[in-house]
Design a protein around this ligand. Sequence first.
Ligand code: SF4
Length: 301
Amino acid sequence: MEIINVVPHGYCAGVIRAIKTAQKTAKENPGRKITMLGMIVHNEFVVRECERLGIGFVENPKKTREELLDEIDEGIVIFTAHGISDKVREKACAKGLSIVDASCPDVIRTHTLVRSHVENGDVLYIGKKNHPESEGTVSLSPRIHLITKAEDLEGLDGLENVLITCQTTLSLRDTRGIINACLEKYPKAAVAEEICAATRMRQEAVMNLTDTDCLIVVGDPRSNNSNQLKRIAFDAGIKEAFLIGSVLDLKEEMVKNKNRIAVTSGSSTPNSLTNQVIDFLKQYAIDGIWQLPSEALVRLL
Ligand code: SF4
């Protein structure tokens, strides 16, 4: 059995920056109430680590960031790497909260792009419904229209000077398909595909895998980019792919009798979690003993 460490994988620069921002805020503000608006990144191990530092969270997938903000009445609010709308920022100011913004520079770049475009035209923004990044971007202007699938274009007639752009963590392949559908409706539209370099490189590394029986993706089930990696595995012709939170979710039947197993992770997954999976499988490949570590040994950093 061969275990392939897919490179690159794991934390991207934007996530590292967000975690460092949260750590710095906790260190510099002992005794002050600090609350993250949503999950810092979609990974429960990272969330637990922030809680250990005394940072609280408000999160509810059914609520918007604006609604969640109603639950924070004092202290410091940290905006996550997914970016934030002007409306939420203004509301936080009006509530007298101190703001720490951990938005990823790549998301801010998309915000700058669409902000400038809506002064003279409309934006077709390809993204996931109810995802904090798309929520933050679409709320910047009524001229930004969320497109989750080609069918969403129905009824979107009469737009002017159209720009097609997208969320940073989407699948390259799916996004190209939706961009083409947008171009069929608006052939003169400009295209700015904003999938970030970190997402792109992690997806391309999976697409380039050859003779692989199985892909293990280490990541949180809520992580968009981790889910994309699993889907891409099937597109790349890999017959089996599993998304696991940590080594504790591995099952022997996932890997038994396989010749080549590749391991990767989304950009919100700590590398320590991925390395634990790789180390465990490499040892299993040598001695055939299936004995997972105890939960207490699965640590974040
Ligand atoms: S995945 Fe891309 S956009 Fe998201 S935090 Fe990382 S670098 Fe930024």
